[in-house]
Design a protein around this ligand. Sequence first.
Ligand SMILES: Cc1ncc(COP(=O)(O)O)c(C=O)c1O
Length: 409
Amino acid sequence: MTDLDELQDPGRRPRPRFTVLPEWAGVSTRLVHGAQRPDYNAGAVVPPVYRSTTFHFPSGFSEVTDRESLYEYTRLANPTTEVPAELLRDLEGGESARLFASGMGAFTSLLLSLVRTGDEVVALDMIYGGTMGVLADLLPRFGVTVRFVNERDAREPEKLLSEKTRLAVIESPTNPLLTVHDIARWAKAADAVGCLLAVDNTFATPINQNPLALGADVVYHSATKYLGGHSDLTAGAVVGPQDLLSRIDPRGDYGSVLDPFAAYLLGRSMKTLALRMARHNENGRRVSEALANHPRVREVRYPGRASAEEEEIASRQMRGRGGMVSVAIEGGAAAAEQFLHHLRFVHVASSLGGVDSLASVPGLTSHRHLPPKELERRGIDPGLIRFSFGIEDPDDLVRDLTEALDQLG
Ligand SMILES: Cc1ncc(COP(=O)(O)O)c(C=O)c1O
């Protein structure tokens, strides 16, 4: 039996530190053994889910000299949420990482924290629709100028950024066209004018690409995608240097805070990230090659395929090309719908990055806010299909897709 007094005075220790792994430990070892720390209560191997929103201060608040060393309120810090944040920090090679309730929560917190009235933000004009929407709708209301740049101009970032630019926002590979942008070149151009470069690393993941090592100032993620990996959680993340991260809504006051149970699922999933990405990479490569040779396929978009220049950049900055493939087939939107209907192993659904293969039509989902003329101008065929290949057997996916195309006659 526990004495009530004992409950009132559990003898809390400062937040235990994570174990430091040897430098030589590889990525899979880091994902399995990283972010571990002693569980003084039960010796659990798997970190417990701390659902508590608040934490005990037995001797009162004024007695505590170093409040930061204790958990106080889950919106500020939570032991379960710290685990996947630490794994991601380590993987991206940043000094600090923070998790948010969604990828959009991460991005808006980053924007609201780093940009102020009078600043200019430069962003690619064909990236995730939600990101474009926030940039186009939210920032101008606070007196921030946003300049969208097309793919061709984005090849020469030195000509786009100036002393007025506070932040540059890019994705590579982009959603949904899988265009590869030269991150190191963007970072150099940003440095030259003293602006910050934020890179969305959702499609590549830190297994395939590390923007911070290429010179980016801050990396953000929709952890809903490959990091979560099973299409069953919504989360976002920001990784970067400590001084920058300490300015990005450090107390969660903007409200985009990850729930501890989602954080637990994320930490659990990240243990298999390297294994999953190896299969996603293989499936993306195999299927993109098979589709490119099919007579019904007009165009295949896969990182590095678009041109020799992009291939050179991709081979320089990526370790694997991922599982995202976009395809335009002969016959436009009607043929695309028919094709999707014939598939056995691909769900027609939004989102990406999970173990199950998914297909969506960006013109009808993630980019549906853009009028047809704008979609066309930005290279998005109305019947373009964006595939997220899962971890099924590569031969089965190739067979499924080829047979469905053959049925189109
Ligand atoms: C590249 C990219 N970034 C950010 C987001 C936004 O993430 P979330 O849906 O977790 O808010 C998405 C969502 O599809 C995305 O594809």
